[in-house]
Design a protein around this ligand. Structure first.
Ligand code: PMP
Length: 367
C-alpha cells in the first residue's frame, strides 16, 4: 500500500521510487545469495562488488581523474569537518587554513577546524547569511594549507555557482547538499566530501574524493578511521563500513546514470527551482526569499510568507494546508524559521509543480 506523500525534506530526504522498490525486492535475497545485504560480511567478494561498482559509477558520473581516491566513510558531514582538518591542516608548516563562511555548515566546519590549527575566515564578519561575500573582499593566505567552503548551505539556501579562485592553494568543498546535482570539475579540488542522505542515498555513509598526493600528512592525533591514507589503502575497508548505506548509494548512482547523469540532474534542478523562485519573485512580496539572486540555491529554497520577517500565523496555516495535501517537511530550519522547500535529485518535476500550484492558490487566497 502506498500513500501519496510529497516529501520536501532537507535530509535525510526522498529517495527515487525505483531505488526503494529494488531495495525492497532484494531485501530478503540479494542476488540469489539467500541473504540480505544487511547480513553480508564486508570481506566477501559479493560486498566488494557492491562497493566497487558504487565507486566505478561515481567515477563515471563525475569524470573523476585517476589521481583521486574515492572513500566511503562514517561520521557524517560533521565527521568530515574534523577529518578535513586532521588530514590536511599539516600539509604546510604553519598549520593554518582559510575558511569562507556563508552559513551554518561552513561556520561549524570552521569552528571544528580551530581545534587542530589556525583558522582564518577570509572575509569580513557576516552577521546574517544572505549571500556570498564578494570575492574582492577575501583575503586569502598564500601559506594556508587549504581553502574551505560549503558549496550549498542547506539551512540558508546559499549555493556557489562558481569555483573559488584560491591562487593555487588546495581547495576543499562540502558538497553534502548539492552533490551530483550538476557536473563538477573535480580536478579543481583537493578534496570534495558529501554526506549521502540528501542527493545520493541514506544516512550513514559520507563520500570523500581526495587527490592522492594529499594523503599521508595526517596529524598524529587523527583517529585511524578518519585517516584518508589508511582508508584509501584499504579500499574503505579498514574497519566495517556502513555496508547497507553503500548499497543504497550504488542503487541511487545507477538511477542517476539511467536518468541521464549529472547534466540531466542539473537541467531538472534548474527547472524545479525556477518553478518555486518564479512564484516568489512575482508574488509582490507575499513570499520573500532573503538570499541574493545570484546565489540562490537550486536545492534548498527558504522563504517567508506575509512579510520579509514572516507572518508566523500565516506560515503555520501554509504548513497545515500543505500537510493536508500530503506535502511534508516544508518547515524552515529552527534557526531561521519560515518555510524551506528542498528539491534534491529524487524530487520530481511533478512534486514541485504540485507545490508551486499550492503556493499560487495560497497566495490568491491570502494576498
Ligand atoms: N554539511 C551540510 C551542507 C549539511 O547540510 C549537513 C547536514 N544537514 C552537514 C554538513 C552535516 O552532516 P551530518 O548531519 O551528516 O553530520
Amino acid at each position: 500500500e502506498t500513500k501519496n506523500v510529497l516529501n520536501f525534506s532537507p535530509g535525510p530526504a526522498k529517495l527515487p521510487q525505483p531505488v526503494l522498490v529494488q531495495a525492497q525486492r532484494e531485501l530478503l535475497n540479494y542476488d540469489g545469495l539467500g541473504i540480505s545485504v544487511l547480513e553480508m560480511s564486508h570481506r566477501t567478494s559479493d560486498f566488494s562488488k557492491i562497493i566497487n561498482s558504487a565507486e566505478t559509477l561515481l567515477r563515471e558520473l563525475l569524470n573523476i581523474p585517476d589521481n583521486y581516491k574515492v572513500l566511503f566513510l562514517q561520521g557524517g558531514g560533521t565527521g568530515q569537518f574534523s577529518a578535513v582538518a586532521l588530514n590536511l591542516m599539516g600539509l604546510k608548516e604553519d598549520r593554518c587554513a582559510d575558511y569562507i563562511v556563508t552559513g551554518t555548515w561552513s561556520a561549524k566546519a570552521a569552528k571544528e577546524a580551530e581545534k587542530y590549527g589556525k583558522v582564518n575566515v577570509v572575509h569580513p564578519k557576516v552577521t546574517r547569511y544572505t549571500g556570498i561575500p564578494d570575492s574582492s573582499s577575501w583575503s586569502l593566505n598564500p601559506s594556508a594549507s587549504y581553502v574551505y567552503y560549503c558549496c550549498n548551505e542547506t539551512v540558508h539556501g546559499i549555493e556557489f555557482n562558481f569555483i573559488p579562485d584560491t591562487k593555487g592553494v588546495i581547495l576543499v568543498s562540502d558538497m553534502s547538499s548539492n552533490f551530483l546535482s550538476r557536473p563538477v570539475d573535480v580536478s579543481k579540488f583537493g578534496l570534495i566530501f558529501a554526506g549521502a542522505q540528501k542527493n545520493i542515498g541514506s544516512a550513514g555513509v559520507t563520500l570523500v574524493i581526495v587527490r592522492e598526493d594529499l594523503l599521508g600528512k595526517a596529524l598524529k592525533e587523527c583517529p585511524v578511521v578518519f585517516d584518508y591514507k589508511v582508508q584509501a589503502e584499504n579500499n574503505s575497508l579498514h574497519n566495517t563500513p556502513p555496508c547497507y548505506s553503500i548499497y543504497i548509494v550504488k542503487l541511487v548512482l545507477e538511477w542517476i546514470k539511467k536518468s541521464g547523469g549529472t547534466d540531466v540532474m542539473d537541467k531538472l534542478s534548474k527547472q524545479k527551482s525556477s518553478l518555486i523562485y518564479d512564484i516568489i519573485n512575482s508574488s509582490k512580496g507575499f513570499y520573500s526569499c532573503p538570499i541574493d539572486a545570484e546565489c540562490r540555491s537550486r536545492m534548498n529554497i527558504p522563504f517567508r510568507i506575509g512579510n520579509s520577517d514572516g507572518d508566523e500565523a500565516l506560515e503555520k496555516q501554509f504548513l497545515e494546508g500543505a500537510s493536508k495535501l500530503g506535502m511534508i517537511s516544508l518547515k524552515g530550519h529552527r534557526s531561521v524559521g519560515g518555510i524551506r522547500a528542498s528539491l534534491y535529485n529524487a524530487v520530481t518535476v511533478e512534486d514541485t509543480q504540485a507545490l508551486a500550484a499550492y503556493m499560487k492558490e495560497f497566495l490568491n487566497k491570502h494576498q
